[in-house]
Design a protein around this ligand. Structure first.
Ligand code: ASP
Ligand code: MG
Length: 407
């Protein structure tokens, strides 16, 4: 019993029938004595459809207007859910992001929440209503509508749970929870009962598309316990929380993969200060997010730099790099998007040597060549050939015995 913030993703509200199922769930949770704030995404693929529609107008689109357009998707599902709840005899009210007091900066299309004024929400909750909030949106200090980046309803939910000091934030989605690997690739993959914020953050950033990484960051910052669970069954999901007890830290918790990677190499760059700064500044100015970077050992006065980006950013990055080759006097460049990233994540690896070595051995046993490596305290990632990705994920899952999960 308490205050629950429940977020339902696009696939959970994709039709009136599904909205009806959500309403039944809300009704049941309420009848158990809980106060409920529901955060919804847009129905099904609405956001993509609105984007595609706008792009029939042209490609250079004003971001303020795009946010005004995209925010309508969540407003539809919020109002439809409130109507359905009302129809079932449940007092409910829908609120847009700005009606719910969600303030953000004015970075259109990827705005960050700056504060939440919960007065209105509290008033409606006090009146015994289920409050349905349109996710993914806020209002800037100029009074303009903003959106919070793709998948941003997760962040709306976690931020609302933090501001309202909710007892739990539940993310209802089309998967049962967080798995040790993608169950579509590894049939022995196990659902994790609990995962730490740090591990979830790595997993979400490395390609496990369960929750928006920024939402996990927010949860960690404000210590909001989040449960990811299915909206289509009643099974418990995965709880994302603080796992501080070293005893309970698994060495490897999961294997993730991401096939939306591209690799770019620059050859025979002059080995002097300022070259890397120039390259990565130009890429940043073009809005390209760089992931892994490697620089080769110096050969006389030259070296090579290779890096990875999201394959979606390749069209943005290529003209920048082609210009840089001329400007810096490199001997050439190469690129390819037939690469993928496979990673192992686990909080226990910081205190257990040999984990990276075991990963490289598992890949070598499958004759998979490692093109790039990057590590952090709790993850090791390798760039490999895209065609080997399924084999790599399966081999690593076996190597670290993730099918025999004990905690
Ligand atoms: N509807 C938005 C999107 O598709 C936000 C969300 O689903 O969380 O990205
Ligand atoms: Mg989503």
């Amino acid at each position: 019993m308490g205050l629950l913030v429940c977020k339902f993703g696009g696939s959970s509200v994709a039709s009136i029938e599904k909205i009806n199922n959500v309403a039944v769930r809300v009704k049941n949770m309420q009848s158990e004595g809980n106060s409920i704030v529901v955060v919804v995404s847009a129905m099904g693929d609405t956001t993509d459809e609105l984007l595609a529609l706008a792009h029939t107008i042209g490609n250079e689109l004003n971001l303020r207007e795009m946010d005004a357009l995209l925010a309508t998707g969540e407003q539809q599902s919020a109002a439809l859910l409130a109507l359905t709840l009302n129809n079932m005899g449940i007092k409910a009210i829908s609120l847009t992001g700005w009606q719910a007091g969600v303030h953000s900066d004015s970075n259109y299309s990827k705005a960050r929440i700056s504060s939440i004024d919960t007065k209105r929400l509290e008033k409606e909750l006090m009146a015994g209503k289920a409050v349905v909030v349109a996710g993914f949106q806020g209002i800037s200090s100029d009074g303009d509508i903003t959106t919070l980046g793709r998948g941003g309803s997760d962040t709306s939910a976690v931020a609302l749970a933090a501001s309202l000091k909710a007892d739990r934030c539940m993310i209802f989605t089309d998967v049962d929870g967080v798995y040790t690997a993608d169950p579509r690739i590894v049939k022995e993959a196990q659902k994790l009962p609990v995962i730490s914020y740090e591990e979830m953050l790595e997993m979400a950033s490395l390609g496990a598309v369960v929750m928006q990484p920024r939402a996990v960051e927010f949860a960690m910052l404000y210590n909001v316990e989040v449960e990811v669970r299915s909206s289509f069954n009643l099974q418990p999901g995965t709880i994302i929380t603080e796992v501080s007890d070293m005893e309970h830290q698994r060495i490897v918790t999961g294997v993730t993969h991401d096939t939306k990677c591209a690799k770019i190499g620059l050859y025979d760059l002059p080995d002097k200060p300022g070259v890397a700064s120039l390259i990565f500044n130009k890429l940043a100015q073009a809005g390209v997010n760089v992931d892994m970077v490697i620089q080769s050992a110096t050969r006389k006065e030259h070296n090579d730099i290779a890096f990875t980006i999201s394959s979606d950013d390749l069209p943005l990055a290529l003209p920048v790099i082609e210009n840089l080759v001329k400007e810096i006097g490199a001997s050439g460049m190469s690129y390819g998007d037939k690469v993928a990233k496979v990673s192992i994540v686990g909080a226990g690896m910081q205190s257990n040597p040999g984990v990276a070595a075991a990963m490289f051995a598992a890949l070598a046993e499958e004759n998979i060549n490692i093109q790039m490596i990057s590590t952090s305290e709790i993850k090791v990632s390798c760039i490999i050939d895209e065609d080997s990705i399924d084999t790599a994920v399966k081999a690593l899952h076996r190597k670290f015995k993730l099918d025999q999960l004990s905690c």
